[in-house]
Design a protein around this ligand. Structure first.
Ligand SMILES: *Cc1c(COP(=O)(O)O)cnc(C)c1O
Length: 365
């Protein structure tokens, strides 16, 4: 059955109108196309609450990880050192990227069900004055926890360090005052809360910090500064751009605006999430993250007590009835995940919970 909706954290279910934009094969050097790129860049600045004087946007081919790798490997010089705060697989992936590229880093590991602590970060920065950049994830999709970037930003900024945030699964679905927090590089991608399709990531960059990175990149294709320099001229991408994805993204941005911008989308996601957790609890299925730090994007759930079915069995049952869910990713507990972002409404959440309820009944639970 091809006809299911995604309850996964991206790629996610997009609208028909976003998908339809991809039926046209656009020319890449055409002025209209370059204008679409420029307009996307301006709209992203506005969603981030920053001005064109202080910030700029780089679009980068590839999935979200390419964007993170582009930033980490482009903005850290030979004498720089990173502090990476990790409480999930995506934070750990940043450490992986740094290892591969030979970027010196210090890893601050927090357990998956807790947020990185800004006070610990402040102390680490004091003890390690050679650290120049701090990187962390905002919405850790591994667990669904929403990290407190505001309090970490304070510690990072008062220590005078650059701040890199992987806001992949939150930007567009959670309002982020990028300038106010002093985030220097924020990375997200086309197929998460803006509700486009996969194919590129985008980086909201503090202009001054981006200028300082010139010539530092360790990779040719992921060179953030070079990508920016070409794009800044007239909207032309440095190498072949994912044209269909760009057109779909442009439409997705229009639809975000029509919905009422980030505040309205954020409200829809929060309501979906609240309903999901409430109904799951009624089924005896408890969330892994405590309510204080649970984010509105994706939720990790423990299996109900005394269950004996496999994830695959549950997945297939739900898929046959129109929805795709996600396996768990936290290491120390047996869990599964349900995302509530994308073109998903309360009816979908209720429908999913009804399906799960009948599945549990069939299993005698
Ligand atoms: C989706 C995601 C990424 C990027 O993953 P890709 O598979 O490369 O798109 C990075 N960080 C977080 C927190 C994510 O949710």
């Amino acid at each position: 059955m091809k006809n299911y909706k995604l309850l996964t954290p991206g790629p996610l279910t997009t609208t028909e109108t976003v998908k339809k934009e991809m039926l046209f094969d656009h020319c890449t050097w055409d002025d209209d196309y370059k204008q679409i790129t420029q307009s996307i860049r301006r709209q992203l600045l506005s969603l981030a609450h920053v001005s064109e004087e202080d910030y700029t946007v780089v679009l980068m081919q590839g999935s979200g990880t390419f964007g993170v790798e582009s930033v980490l490997t482009s903005v850290t010089g030979d004498h720089d050192r990173l502090l990476i705060a990790a409480n999930g697989a995506y934070g750990e992936r940043m450490a992986d990227i740094a290892s591969h590229a030979g970027i010196p880093f210090l890893l601050y590991s927090q357990s998956y069900d807790k947020v990185p602590d800004s006070e610990e970060i402040r102390v680490l920065l004091e003890q390690n004055p050679d650290i120049t950049h701090v990187a962390m994830v905002h919405s850790e999709t591994t667990s669904g926890i929403l990290n407190d970037i505001a309090s970490v930003a304070k510690a990072v900024k008062s220590a005078g360090k650059a701040f890199i945030v992987d806001a992949m699964s939150s930007f567009g679905g959670v309002d982020i005052p990028v300038g106010e927090l002093g985030i220097d590089f924020l990375v997200s991608s086309a197929n998460k809360c803006i509700q486009g399709v996969p194919g590129f990531s985008f980086i909201i960059c503090n202009r001054e910090k981006l200028m300082e990175s010139k010539g530092k990149a360790r990779s040719l294709s992921l060179d953030l500064y070079d990508q920016w320099e070409t794009m800044e001229k007239d909207g032309k991408w440095r190498f072949t751009s994912p044209t269909h994805v760009v057109l779909a993204f442009s439409q997705a941005l229009k639809e975000l605006e029509q919905e009422g911008g980030i505040p309205a989308r954020s409200r829809r996601y929060e309501e979906n999430n609240r309903l999901l957790i409430q109904r799951m609890k009624q089924l005896g299925i408890e969330p892994y993250i405590g309510s204080g730090h649970q984010g509105p994007i994706i939720t990790t759930f423990f299996y109900p007590e005394n269950h004996s079915f496999s994830f695959q069995e549950m997945y297939q049952y739900i898929k046959d009835r129109g929805y795709a869910i996600y396996p768990g990713k936290v290491t120390e507990a047996e869990t599964f995940r349900i995302g509530n972002i994308g073109e998903i409404y309360k009816e979908d959440i209720n429908r999913l919970c009804d399906i799960l309820e009948s599945f549990l009944k069939e299993k005698g639970l």
